[in-house]
Design a protein around this ligand. Structure first.
Ligand code: 6PG
Length: 242
């Protein structure tokens, strides 16, 4: 059963700072224990601030990036230079500013005509890393989705490690490639970053004991042999019972 922690910080900036420091400590621990640190990066807007803080020289220097392997928890089926690309955001905010070897970054390549084919190719490429990965960074959509696991969509039932999904109700309206619950729950540490009052009602529902992962997929993130940490700012925590 996953160990769950909810940590409330005062602001979005404090959230980004706390998340960046947690990333550093998890990286240092993984590298000292196992010689490498493997991370599924999240898309969306919330992690961008954290990525920029990680790229700051004094913090970046605390990580041996040559030992890090960075891939993506989900991706939109668009070219990397498309403004909706998660890879594009991660490159602008972090990857282009740290000395991670290019061979250690595993984007979802826009190299197949359909998201289904893209997902199958990504699974083949990532299966070895997914079998033993350290950190899964996650966001929370207002509809309770995480990764690109949207309420009621077939991707929730996938038995593979990577699958595809048609768009959910939230933008952008493009097909997605996403880790499945099966893959997500292989992580050692799943860390959600949730910011803003708009997420407060959904967060309270997701954290409730009776949350249904089919309606609130974020509730289905329960690493079999890992931890779930919810880093939330006060605005997002506004409806949590104390
Ligand atoms: C994506 C993300 C998605 C995101 C949530 C929250 O590709 O959009 O993986 O799951 O984390 O939609 O997004 P925000 O952080 O922008 O609110």
């Amino acid at each position: 059963m996953s160990q769950r922690t909810v940590e409330v910080v005062p602001s979005a900036d404090a959230l980004a700072g706390r998340a960046a420091e947690l990333f550093v400590s998890l990286a240092q621990d993984a590298i000292s224990r196992r010689g490498r640190f493997t991370v599924a990066l999240s898309g969306g807007s919330t992690p961008e601030k954290m990525y920029k803080l990680l790229a700051e020289p004094e913090r970046s220097a605390r990580i041996d990036w040559s030992r890090c392997h960075l891939f993506f928890g989900d991706e939109r089926h668009v070219p990397a230079d498309d403004p909706r690309s998660n890879q594009g955001m991660a490159r602008r905010a972090l990857l282009d500013h740290i000395p991670v070897p290019p061979a250690n970054v595993y984007p979802v390549p826009f190299s197949h005509p359909t998201a289904a084919e893209e997902a199958a190719a990504y699974e083949t490429r990532m299966a070895p890393l997914l079998a033993d990965f350290d950190l899964l960074l996650l966001g929370l959509g207002d509809d309770g989705h995480t990764l690109s696991l949207f309420p009621g969509k077939p991707a929730l039932d996938a038995t593979t490690l990577v699958t595809w999904s048609p768009p959910g109700v939230l933008p952008p309206p493009v097909d997605r490639i996403t880790l499945t619950f099966h893959a997500a729950n292989l992580s050692r540490h799943a860390v959600f970053l949730v910011s803003g009052a708009a997420k407060a009602a959904t967060l309270a529902r997701v954290l409730a004991d009776d949350a249904d992962p089919r309606l609130l997929p974020a509730a289905g993130i329960r690493p079999e042999n890992g931890t779930v940490t919810w880093l939330v700012d006060s605005a997002a925590a506004g409806m949590l019972s104390t």
